[in-house]
Design a protein around this ligand. Structure first.
Ligand code: NAP
Length: 301
């Protein structure tokens, strides 16, 4: 099968299209014919070697941790899906024609494969961040970097919990944030003053979703480091704030919940651009430029 791989740490030039043996579903796994695989910043960060201090990469290594597709092999002990079912979930080396999924849910027929394949990382991370920052219905959340994949999920899942969300993004993305249910403002100098105007009674918690060096500023705005959490800034804990990372807790429950929301029109994912598998390097380039609104997806027919 065709797969995107890298054989050493490096820039875009180490991304290669290769022919490899198909994987097979082990116990508790399914294999899918991949229809779509979400592009994440972790793809190019791992390729760059940014994770090498805490994560071993065995070369040659694939790309992709999430996908949607059609089940074509069911491993021992799996009873909730059958060959032919459309599913989406977490997996391994999903930027390939076939991939193993380790956690999944059924994909509703009215949710496109491109959308479903881009959901797992953002909905798992957004749910975890909201749970761990400790914010409740009726309270106000500041989301720094709200227009990307995680931000888009945070806004919608927080609104469904009855939380008011103020989100930061560059001005051209403010209508997008408003459509998702957030009160938009710009990031950068004067943020504290803008937040004071938008939320005269203060904000109860803040999430850093962009890793843009704003932890001290967010702590000053919230007034309590324990109510500030980053998913992107490894220095957060040095300031007394929280850093959130996997492994996922109940991914299949989250997948099934959001699949239902998508079907009911209560959650949407804006897929900004799709790429064929052969353009995996280009997709990583666009992601690394840091301006994605919603999600990028690799699409396979
Ligand atoms: N810890 C975890 O479990 C976990 C899991 C998944 C992802 N992550 C990390 O979370 C981060 C976000 O992931 P993602 O998939 O949401 O990324 P993404 O979709 O690529 O996010 C792009 C967005 O970031 C915004 N942005 C860029 N610079 C900004 C700044 N200085 N202030 C505020 N917003 C800014 C951009 O908005 P503008 O164009 O308007 O600037 C753009 O819409 C990444 O660092 C990723 O590695 C962590």
């Amino acid at each position: 099968m065709k797969a995107a791989q890298f054989n050493e740490y490096g820039g875009l030039d180490v991304v290669r299209m290769v022919e490899v043996d198909e994987p097979h579903a082990g116990p508790g796994q399914v294999r899918i014919i991949v229809r779509a695989a979400g592009v994440n910043p972790s793809d190019w960060k791992r390729r760059d070697g940014q994770y090498r201090d805490f994560e071993d990469v065995a070369f040659p290594a694939g790309f992709g941790v999430e996908a949607s597709g059609i089940v074509d092999e069911v491993g021992d002990g799996v009873s909730n899906v059958s060959v032919g079912d459309a599913v989406f979930g977490f997996g391994e080396n999903t930027m390939a024609q076939y991939a193993i999924l380790t956690h999944w849910a059924l994909k509703p027929g009215d949710v496109p494969f491109e959308v479903a394949g881009g959901l797992p990382v953002i909905i798992d991370t957004a749910t975890r961040a909201l749970d761990e920052v400790g914010i409740a219905s009726g309270q106000t959340l500041l989301a720094s970097g709200a227009a990307g994949g995680i931000g888009s999920a945070v806004i919608q899942l927080a609104r469904l919990r009855g939380i008011t969300v103020i989100g930061t993004a560059s001005a051209p993305k403010h209508d997008y944030l408003r459509d998702l249910g957030a009160i938009p403002t710009t990031y950068g100098p004067g943020l504290a003053e803008r937040i004071k105007e938008l939320a005269p009674n203060g904000v109860d918690a803040a999430l850093d979703l962009a890793g843009s060096g704003v932890i001290p500023e967010l702590i000053a705005i919230v007034g309590n480091p324990a109510r500030v959490l980053s998913v992107a800034d490894f220095s957060a804990e040095e300031y007394g704030a929280k850093f959130s990372h996997g492994p996922p807790k109940d991914p299949e429950l989250i997948f099934a919940y959001v699949a239902r929301l998508c079907s009911e029109g209560l959650f949407r994912l804006h897929v900004e651009q799709t790429f064929p598998l052969e353009q995996t390097a280009l997709a990583q380039d666009v992601s690394a430029r840091g301006r994605v609104m919603g999600k990028l997806v690799i699409s396979l027919d």
